[in-house]
Design a protein around this ligand. Structure first.
Ligand code: GLY
Length: 377
């Protein structure tokens, strides 16, 4: 047998890296395995929105966890800067969700009501208020400002998280897992290079999560492709904060003045990461409608990411019901960056044999997420 660890984490995205960092800092011996380059799948491709109030559309456990995870970014960004020298470029000046029709206005006002009841801040702006806040936008019916949402530079977060993990864990990139096999009280993880043993294996491999366990199709883990591009406004034009129009487009300004324009939701695209002309056309049209002041910005580059979706689209975090030595941390879909800090904490609790706060109970792998009969584990 090869080397032994307390925990093996599979998946070198933001979530896997923060889990490895968290466990390593707590004194566990940890191996982090990534099949390709660290952070180069959905983490590095993300627009980086911290949209707890934007992206989660109803009160409940996911909303509370999103808000809690968002609140951890200030401390996380400072800690990562300290540990790695990498600045994740946290911006917390809010997200503006605009209404282009009276119906959208009604929907936004209804969403404000429950968000206020849930104790979160949000503020209605009429059309003039929207124009004053972001002059490069088209005239709108109004919008809701979510002042506590924000964004980070996701590729930097992925880089910082991987580096921070490497300070306290063994990190192996370009080392795909070929099987996960239970042997006595240990789990053996075979890779293309070696065999490792651990008491616990954490699977944070996004859309590849059930493939790692040899249970392809059992969790129905699958990618939802997102295409996006970045632009650079002409001199004198600046978008200050993230702007979002539901079902159409979001514009995420970064500290260097560039703006990420995203993103498609393509559940049928499979694992292909090509940029398509049709997607760029659709996003550009929506950009022109929402922010005509950015129409003559310079195009910088376009890319895609594969968001991990499992089951009906909720995260799945926790031990498998009949295989407690396997812990899943996947299926975060549109909210992987946002939920990464809280997910790392939750996984650490499960590794310690405990249970995180009660909100996580809603995201435990359900019965039937055990390992398929005859499979490797
Ligand atoms: N969180 C934004 C997206 O997934 O497109």
């Amino acid at each position: 047998m090869g080397k032994n660890f307390d925990v093996i984490v599979v998946g070198g995205g933001v979530i896997g890296s923060l889990i490895a960092r968290r466990l390593g800092r707590a004194g566990r011996s940890v191996l982090l395995l990534e099949s390709g380059a660290m952070g180069e799948q959905s983490s590095g491709a993300a627009a980086g929105m911290l949209g707890a109030q934007l992206e989660i559309h109803e009160p409940g456990p996911l909303y509370r966890l999103g808000v809690e995870s968002r609140s951890r970014f200030k401390q996380l960004s400072e800690a990562l800067l300290d540990e790695t020298g990498v600045d994740i470029e946290l911006v917390n000046n809010g997200i503006l969700r605009v209404a282009a029709t009276p119906e959208e206005e009604r929907e936004l006002k209804a969403s404000m009501q429950w968000q206020l009841e849930a104790g979160q801040r949000c503020e209605w702006l009429d059309g003039a208020g929207v124009a004053q806040l972001e002059p490069c936008l088209a005239p709108h019916h109004g919008g809701v400002l979510l002042p506590d949402d924000g964004n980070v530079l996701a590729p930097r977060l992925a880089q910082a998280a991987a580096l921070a993990a490497s300070r306290v864990a063994v990190v192996r990139a370009d080392e795909a897992v070929s099987s996960v096999v239970k042997e006595g009280s240990h789990v053996l993880v075979r890779t293309i290079r070696d065999t490792y043993g651990a008491s616990v294996v954490v699977v944070a491999a996004g859309a590849w999560s059930d493939e790692v366990l040899g249970t392809r199709g059992l969790f129905h883990a699958r990618p939802v492709k997102g295409q996006m591009f970045s632009l650079r406004p002409k001199p004198g034009v600046r978008l200050q904060r993230t702007v979002y129009r539901h079902g159409a487009v979001y514009l995420v300004p970064k500290r260097d003045g560039s703006v990420v324009v995203g993103a498609t939701m393509e559940p049928e695209a499979g694992y292909h990461r090509e940029v398509t002309v049709g997607a760029l056309q659709k996003l550009s049209t929506a950009l022109g409608e929402v922010a005509p002041g950015l129409a003559d910005a310079h195009f910088e580059r376009a890319w895609t990411g594969l968001r991990p979706m499992v089951g009906t689209g909720q995260p799945i975090v926790g031990p498998l019901p009949e295989e407690p030595h396997i812990i899943l941390a996947t299926g975060h879909l549109r909210n992987g960056v946002l939920l990464a800090p809280c997910t790392a904490e939750a996984v650490a609790s499960y590794v310690d044999g405990g249970a995180p706060g009660k909100d996580w109970a809603a995201f435990l792998p359900p019965e039937g997420y055990g390992v398929a009969a005859g499979s490797a584990v």
